[in-house]
Design a protein around this ligand. Structure first.
Ligand code: SAH
Ligand code: SF4
Ligand code: F3S
Length: 439
């Protein structure tokens, strides 16, 4: 048999890109490729890109420029661009960077092997179609390769919400839910290969509505079905939209044993004026009430959020409203971004907040979040938590894992193996992690 060809994939952006990169590596395995950790000796380089903010998109072009030397050394090297920049700027990529042989959008990954074959014949190929067929059906994983203890599983893709700042509805297309049976089959397969924790993915994962052999499934019903899989210990899901937090999903947080007490629930802003202009379709009060209801169902739940500061026409008062909302919710984790104008989105036409004002607001917001995050972490000291061990730590004999609340936990002199789920008592809280001892 010929030596395997080498594939190097670099992944940017969200967890769905991580999942997609795994599927692309598996699909290319069928064409004789094995994945490698460096671009140096690769026969093919794929950048799986993100278009969410301007910086993310620009990174791709500078990264591509760096491959010039490699291509000069190895004229057989093929360079491909996948992901959301590919979808949004496909033809421009080909124009701006002649090194690129292949551009593939997120809905066309199952065609990657044929596309690669064409590049071997010297063609340049671009496929950013959004076909009706189910790409996941064509992206079946190679059977039985051993895996680490945690995995992502895409159950829903695309978005129909059209927030005024966001490119995702254009790059990922309309909301589509995968059928229940395929998800359950994939989940069982992951568990057989060593996975203990599955994070269900979707741009609007809680809008999931999939067809099952016994009727329609909401995300909550899907979670309950996954809860029955023996050997699967933990279930998470991300990202949720506040308007799709249905009653059954809220009560699942109180009742479903394997569903972890962590919820990423982006709000973006605490000002009703800005939320309206963002086309978020929820307001400040409805979000705060929702948080209360979820906390009633699961008092120890940890909320995580996303915030955009400096959205066009955000006044000092609007920003204060956001800070006030953060104080009320008390987040355990959050991601915050300075607004980035994206071509083709409705907000791109509007006047920007001065950059220094936006920068100052971002700093102030991040300081508050850090404080809340740290307080929540410090409050874990003395508590018992479940920890799923994922890898050895830097120190000899040390293991690192994630708690139920997704805190990184270090245990010294730890006899546990990767994939073990153990009870741990937290003894110390550091800047970004906890330390504990096995019980
Ligand atoms: N619902 C999606 C959100 C994807 S984008 C999901 O599945 O995660 C992730 C976050 O990026 C958003 O919640 C928002 O806070 C931020 N974001 C999106 N567009 C942005 C823009 N134009 N400028 C700055 N931040 C943005
Ligand atoms: Fe973007 Fe809004 Fe859809 Fe999230 S809900 S992906 S922020 S359009
Ligand atoms: Fe980025 Fe696309 Fe994900 S724009 S955040 S990679 S859906």
């Amino acid at each position: 048999m010929a030596d395997p060809k080498k594939l190097y994939i670099k992944t940017y952006g969200c967890q769905m890109n991580v999942y997609d990169s795994e599927r692309m590596a598996e699909a290319m395995g069928g064409s004789g490729y094995e994945e490698v950790g460096s671009p140096d000796e690769a026969d093919m380089i794929l950048l799986n890109t993100c278009h969410i903010r301007e910086k993310a998109a620009e990174k791709v072009y500078s990264e591509l420029g760096r491959f010039k030397g490699l291509k000069a050394e190895n004229p057989d090297l093929k360079i491909g661009v996948a992901g959301c920049v590919a979808q949004a700027e496909g033809e421009e990529i080909m124009r701006r960077q002649p090194l690129v042989d292949l551009v593939v959008g997120p809905q066309a990954y199952h065609r990657l092997p044929e596309m690669e074959a064409k590049t071997r014949e010297g063609e340049k190929v671009l496929d950013t179609d959004m076909p009706e067929e189910d790409k996941f059906e064509h992206l079946k994983s190679r059977p039985k390769a051993k895996r680490g203890p945690t995995a992502f599983l895409t159950v829903q893709e695309g978005c129909d919400k059209f927030c005024a700042f966001c490119v995702v509805p254009y790059t990922r297309g309309a909301e589509v839910s995968r059928p229940v049976d395929r998800i359950l089959t994939e989940a069982r397969d992951l568990v057989e290969r060593g996975v203990r924790e599955i994070t269900l993915l979707g741009q609007n994962v809680n809008a999931y509505h999939g067809a099952g052999s016994d009727g329609d499934y909401t995300l909550a019903r899907l979670i309950w079905a996954l809860n029955d899989i023996e050997g699967l210990e933990r279930i998470r899901f991300t990202t949720s939209h506040p308007n799709d937090m249905s009653d059954d999903l809220i009560s699942a947080h109180g009742e479903c044993e394997k569903l972890m007490p962590y919820l990423h629930l982006p709000v973006q802003s605490g000002s009703d004026k800005i939320l309206k202009r963002m086309n978020r379709s929820h307001d400040r009060d409805s979000y705060l009430r929702l948080v209360e209801r979820i906390r009633t169902a699961r008092p120890d739940i940890l909320f995580s959020g996303d915030f955009i500061v400096g959205f066009p026409e955000e006044s000092d008062q609007d920003f204060e409203d956001t800070m006030d909302l953060i104080r009320q919710v008390n987040y355990g984790q959050a991601f915050s971004f300075k607004y980035s104008s994206r071509p083709g989105t409705p907000a791109a036409e509007r006047a920007l907040v001065p950059a220094d004002v936006a920068d100052a607001r971002l700093q102030e917001l991040q300081a508050l979040i850090t404080q809340q995050q740290r307080a929540r972490q410090d409050a874990m000291v003395g508590q018992e938590v479940g920890v799923l061990f994922e890898k050895p730590g830097r120190r000899d004999g040390q293991m690192v894992g994630k708690s139920d609340h997704l805190h990184a936990v270090y245990v010294d002199d730890c006899p546990s193996q990767i994939g073990d789920l153990r009870r741990v008592r937290i003894i110390e809280s550091g800047p970004n992690s906890l330390a504990g001892v096995l019980i």
